[in-house]
Design a protein around this ligand. Structure first.
Ligand code: G1P
Length: 296
């Protein structure tokens, strides 16, 4: 277990326009993935890696996120009365998970701006940033490995994954050099959402970062970049080129199971995959999937 007192920061202030009208009055992070809101998987990933202090950066319509991680005395009393201990445990679990804090982003000025909003809560400590559009399977721990690398190298650590060239324009992309360790690379350059022909590699940043407090000083002067937004990738590019404390940026290459919930097709795929794998739902679903697919 890493020894630094890491906190987790989860930016959740996006508008979620790809899921309208579902996200008209509800944040996209609350969309259910099987039977849990997407953001609960992310908080569980952080607590599973030993982090118990979680800061969620919220935008408009985000009160439901706060409510989800709070206790619900009336509902709990009703379930207790009925003797429904399974459901009671599920309700209590989300409020017992972690010490969850919220801060508002105000205007959505980009991921870099959202991360900068964490400064006073995080203070002078390293912290993990987890983006809710990427769900990492709990059977393939990634964050623990990243925090170990941070401790070992005293450097920023990001998660990278190989993606197909036709999808590379959706990601921050890294140019890398090998290190002494298989699966860990030194990052020499980062570009936010390049065209396929300009991408320095096929290694995309997936939404997991372990950062030191030196990133805040850089984010303060990071100019708006791609899409007119303050990009975390641009601040990391500066860190990779000797900025901040000078430790540089390393990448942990992830080869495990990742579910993208950022657009509708991927979101549906994530639900199908996760449900089919579950002991309570899989046995009923798997034969039906086969029958359904045969009829397509
Ligand atoms: C963000 C980051 C991008 C990263 C991606 C991972 O983009 O800006 O560098 O590759 O998350 O999901 P977004 O998907 O929020 O547009």
């Amino acid at each position: 277990m890493p020894h630094k007192p890491f906190k987790a920061v989860i930016p959740a202030a996006g508008l979620g326009t790809r899921f309208l009208p579902a996200t008209k009055a509800m944040p996209k992070e609350m969309l259910p993935v099987v039977d849990k809101p997407a953001i609960q998987y992310v908080v569980e990933e952080a607590t599973g890696a030993g982090i118990d202090d979680v800061l969620i950066i919220i935008g408009r319509n985000k009160n439901n996120i706060a409510n989800h991680f709070d206790s619900m005395p009336e509902l709990e009393a009703k379930l207790r009365e009925k003797g429904d201990s399974d459901k009671l445990a599920k309700v209590e679990h989300s409020s017992d998970l972690a010490d969850v804090h919220m801060v508002r982003q105000g205007e959505p000025k980009g991921l870099g701006h959202a991360v900068l909003r964490a400064r006073s809560h995080v203070g002078d400590h390293p912290f993990a940033v987890l983006l809710g559009d990427d769900l990492i399977d709990e059977r393939d721990p990634l964050l623990t490995k990243m925090m170990e690398e941070y401790d070992k190298r005293n450097a920023t650590v990001i998660a990278l994954m190989e993606v197909d060239p036709e999808h590379i324009h959706l990601y921050g992309v890294a140019a890398v050099e090998p290190t002494e360790e298989d699966g860990v690379v030194k990052v020499t350059q980062l570009v936010e959402k390049p065209k396929a022909e300009d991408a320095p590699s096929n290694l995309a940043i997936i939404g997991r970062y372990v950062l030191g407090p030196d990133v805040f000083g850089i984010l303060e002067h990071t100019e708006p970049g791609k899409g007119g937004e303050i990009q975390l990738t641009d601040a990391l590019e500066e860190l990779a080129n000797g900025g901040g404390d000078g430790g540089g940026v390393y990448g942990v290459i992830f080869r495990g199971r990742r579910y993208d919930t950022g657009d509708r097709v991927d979101y549906i795929k994530a639900i199908v995959q996760l449900a089919a794998d579950r002991d309570d739902l899989g046995p009923a679903l798997r034969p039906w999937f086969k029958e359904f697919a045969a009829g397509l």
